[in-house]
Design a binder for this molecule. Structure first.
Ligand SMILES: CC(C)(COP(=O)(O)OP(=O)(O)OC[C@H]1O[C@@H](n2cnc3c(N)ncnc32)[C@H](O)[C@@H]1OP(=O)(O)O)[C@@H](O)C(=O)NCCC(=O)NCCS
Length: 159
């Protein structure tokens, strides 16, 4: 598996992976109506171009197959992290996250934040994030529980 910076050429694959990931991997925590609001089918490529524009997107690639993607902002915010339902628990998200953290440390970022889904909460906890607050947000007429999580990089360096 290779972690690469997205060059803009795989928008359709990213949109399809996001949609499949939500509908398959998030099914244990969010019901069908919530998943339909979160990841409408079919995905709209124009929406995805706009959604990824403010972020840097990393892709996990294996022989030309997209296994996952992560989008982050230089201020230290992890916007999105999604693994293919064909490759769960194989370290795809770990590889993507490690590269994002390495890059953000190199930029001098002191803390990382994310709004983690209930599915992703154990993953981010494993990476050293702690819950700042539990949130309930409305998207497309559905309510979603999630957690604002934070990892202080400066504290870790001082340990
Ligand atoms: C959350 C998600 C990104 C994890 O991706 P992944 O590639 O399967 O994660 P990894 O294989 O790197 O997991 C590393 C560790 O994180 C933890 N972890 C990952 N997924 C987990 C899960 N579903 N339940 C509990 N712990 C989990 C485990 O400690 C795991 O180590 P282990 O497999 O040795 O036990 C993936 O399940 C996903 O895309 N979910 C649906 C979409 C979503 O909610 N994305 C996040 C939006 S904020």
């Amino acid at each position: 598996m290779q972690i690469l910076e997205h060059d803009g050429s795989r928008l359709a694959d990213i949109a399809a992976l996001f949609t499949a990931s939500v509908h398959r991997l998030a099914a244990g925590h969010y019901d069908a109506a919530q998943r339909a609001a979160w990841a409408p089918q079919p995905p709209d490529p124009a929406h995805w171009a706009a959604r990824l524009r403010p972020a840097t997107t990393l892709v996990a690639d294996e022989d030309g197959v997209l296994l996952g993607f992560l989008a982050y902002e230089a201020r230290g915010h992890i916007d999105m992290l999604f693994t293919s339902p064909l490759a769960p628990r194989r370290g795809v998200a770990t590889g993507l996250y490690a590269e994002a953290e390495r890059r953000l440390r190199a930029l001098g970022v002191a803390e990382l934040t994310t709004e983690a889904s209930l599915v992703a909460e154990p993953f981010f906890a494993r990476q050293g994030f702690a819950i700042v607050e539990r949130q309930c947000v409305e998207r497309g007429g559905q309510r979603f529980e999630r957690a604002l999580m934070r990892k202080r990089l400066a504290d870790e360096a001082a340990d």
